[in-house]
Design a protein around this ligand. Sequence first.
Ligand code: HEM
Length: 267
Amino acid sequence: FLPTKNNRRMRAIDREIRMILRGIIGKKERAIKNNEASSDDLLGLLLESNMQQANGKANLGMSIEDIIEECKLFYFAGMETTSVLLTWTLIVLSMHPEWQEQAREEVLHHFGRTRPDFENLSRLKIVTMILYEVLRLYPPAIFLARRTYKAMELGGIRYPAGVNLMLPLIFIHHDPDIWGKDAKEFNPQRFADGISNAAKHPAAFFPFGGGPRICIGQNFALLEAKMALSTILQRFSFELSPSYIHAPYTVLILQPQHGAQIRLKKI
Ligand code: HEM
């Protein structure tokens, strides 16, 4: 709350983002009202459903502030996570050219040089195993946070209301007692028989969270990642540049601290 340099900058950025989003939302709302917009994007669907719910009454449906928050959530939850998954995948496949080659063979087998289609993307087995293994070793969200809303007992421990709990999913993803001695190694083969058979515990892999708040975009994210990775594999082989330094670190999400310097070679 203090007017420090950082806080002032944060507030200015927040104001700017809200102004831009208000503009986008207003434009879309006007277009929907004038029957000029198709609601084939998420914002269009949200606004249209909200207008039907509210039915002209201001106190029903979501407010503009709510919609702004949804836009921010979807942008943050959907962009960085999926792009960092792709970044780690390119890094790891550069470190393991034998898996890069297997993935390329699979992609070329299904699509040749043509544009990957939805139907066949869901048939990619090696690529899926690779993405799972990357999500296991480098989960974009390294922990889940929860707060007890009432006194409760969890795992034999009693907590009062209002306790912040952190579930460090990265530690569970790297635990040799759960994944075996090679827990720290990149081995997509462990997912050959599906997620529930990959570890000693069927729920040990949860890069998208779990329960009622599980990631709403998980299927979309995997589809996007498969599409992007297949398109890259079709056109390029890649390796790490000597300037790459392997330093996973977290600023909200797990990312390579010094960037991902990768050399692409057209094939
Ligand atoms: C590799 C990509 C992604 C990863 C690893 C990921 C991970 C997660 C995780 C762990 C949560 C649960 C947070 C919690 O339980 O506290 C979550 C929630 C969420 N994700 Fe994702 N996500 C990804 C992509 C996406 C995409 C593409 C979208 C949208 C298009 C999206 C939208 C959301 C939303 C809206 C929530 C909140 C759901 C709720 O609270 O009910 N995510 N995500």
